[in-house]
Write a protein that binds this ligand. Structure first.
Ligand code: PMP
Length: 399
């Protein structure tokens, strides 16, 4: 009998499955709104100018490729800290943050999850309902029991904040709460600063562990605005976790550039935490790759390139916002009478469109418009060329 005879076929990743279906579709007007990737108005994945310029400079002074330290490039970790916490932040001056380079935002979450499992093996993990689909799988695979807190309210087209807060208030001390710092995936609905303040107060009062997933900083309202919850956590004196991803904000998806930061009570604690994070990394993949982190460190720490990045990021943010407004206008023009203004209240790359699974399936089979059955569409894949046809298709299935 073969060693692998008992191996079962794992379920397909739903979004990758959707991509395969899209690629096989012969409809020339097909549009892929399934994946979480930002495309420019020409429908192309951008290569940011700040990235190209940093790469040209790096190429001109090409260096040999030795191993990186286990926690990554020091200048990168420092640049991440400046971006996430504010370069002048007291918590950095006090040396209370342990930051490690990670393989994308996913890698940051996984290092944090593995460390937390050693720290508090019996803790429960709470994720939002719904959440990025990998949150549940990642924390489950790290050995945790994962449950949800209420989040999306379909009837209100928003967040069921009362229920969310009640769930957090009822959580046992030590419960790990995964929070989307901004641009909630998949719904697009973010908490207001006043709501964040109540969440932070509850996390503190109940002794919960906040794990902020920041995969879209700069895609919502702006770099500082999107990171505002971090400042609230600092002001409350919490010990907390932040995973960072530059996949979207630098359009560096395939370079796997991310980080994990752990805010501790003292620099001595941060030193010990860092030593444990390094063990997690060492025993998984030894040390991270060089290129993407070097690009990001270079851009963030070179004023001219940093200014260019902020401008390019703002360009992506504004284009997404324009697409939201244009989609609502086109749907109205196509005769949809219901109030769709919620699409412009949502933030980031995604919109919970409110369409049912049956409507999403009709969009695919009749119009070649591919979104997720949950109703999630990637607004960042809309452009001036496909907008009208997408709106017409959506109007046809809504009416
Ligand atoms: N968290 C959320 C909420 C995400 O949407 C994503 C990416 N889609 C990630 C984490 C992972 O980011 P990365 O691709 O950098 O691993």
């Amino acid at each position: 009998m073969s060693l692998f005879a008992a191996v079962e076929m794992a379920p397909r990743d739903p979004i990758l499955g959707l991509n395969e279906q899209f690629n096989a579709d012969t409809n020339p007007a097909k549009v892929n709104l399934g994946v979480g990737v930002y495309y420019d108005d020409k429908g192309k994945l951008p290569l940011l100018r700040c990235v190209a310029e940093a790469e040209a400079l790096m190429q001109a002074a090409a260096k040999p490729r030795g191993y990186l330290p286990i926690d990554g490039i020091a200048a990168y970790d420092k640049a991440v800290q400046g971006l996430v916490f504010g370069a002048d932040s007291a918590v950095l001056a006090e040396g209370r943050v342990a930051t490690v380079q990670a393989l994308g935002g996913t890698g940051g979450l996984k290092i944090g999850a593995d460390f937390l499992k050693r720290l508090n093996p019996n803790a429960q993990v709470l994720i939002s309902d719904p959440s990025w689909e990998n949150h549940r799988a990642l924390f489950t695979n790290a050995g945790f029991a994962v449950a949800t807190y209420p989040y999306y309210d379909a009837a209100q087209r928003g967040i069921n904040f009362e229920a969310m807060l009640a769930a957090l208030q009822a959580a046992a001390a030590g419960t790990i709460v995964v929070l989307h710092a901004c641009c909630h995936n998949p719904t697009g609905y973010d908490l207001s600063p006043a709501q964040w303040s109540q969440v932070v107060d509850t996390v503190k009062a109940r002794g919960l562990v906040a794990f902020l997933d920041m995969a879209y900083q700069g895609f919502g309202e702006g770099i500082a605005e999107d990171g505002a919850v971090i400042q609230q956590c600092l002001a409350a004196g919490l010990d907390f976790f932040v995973s960072t991803s530059f996949s979207k904000s630098f359009s560096l998806y395939g370079e796997r550039v991310g980080a994990l930061s752990v805010v501790c009570g003292s620099s001595a604690e941060a030193g010990k935490v860092l030593s444990q994070l390094k063990i997690v990394i060492r025993t998984n993949y030894s040390n991270p790759p060089t290129h993407g982190a070097q690009v990001v460190a270079h851009v963030l720490s070179t004023p001219a390139l940093r200014a260019m990045w902020e401008e390019e990021l703002a360009g992506m943010r504004v284009r997404i916002r324009e697409m939201r407004q244009a989609l609502v206008a086109e749907l109205k023009a196509a005769g949809v009478s219901q109030d769709l203004s919620f699409v412009t209240r949502q933030k980031g790359m995604f919109s919970y469109s409110g369409l049912s699974a049956a409507q999403m399936q009709r969009l695919r089979s009749e119009f070649g418009v591919y979104g997720v059955d949950s109703g999630r569409i990637c607004v960042a894949a809309l452009n001036s060329r496909n907008l009208k046809s997408v709106a017409a298709a959506m109007a046809a299935v809504i009416k």
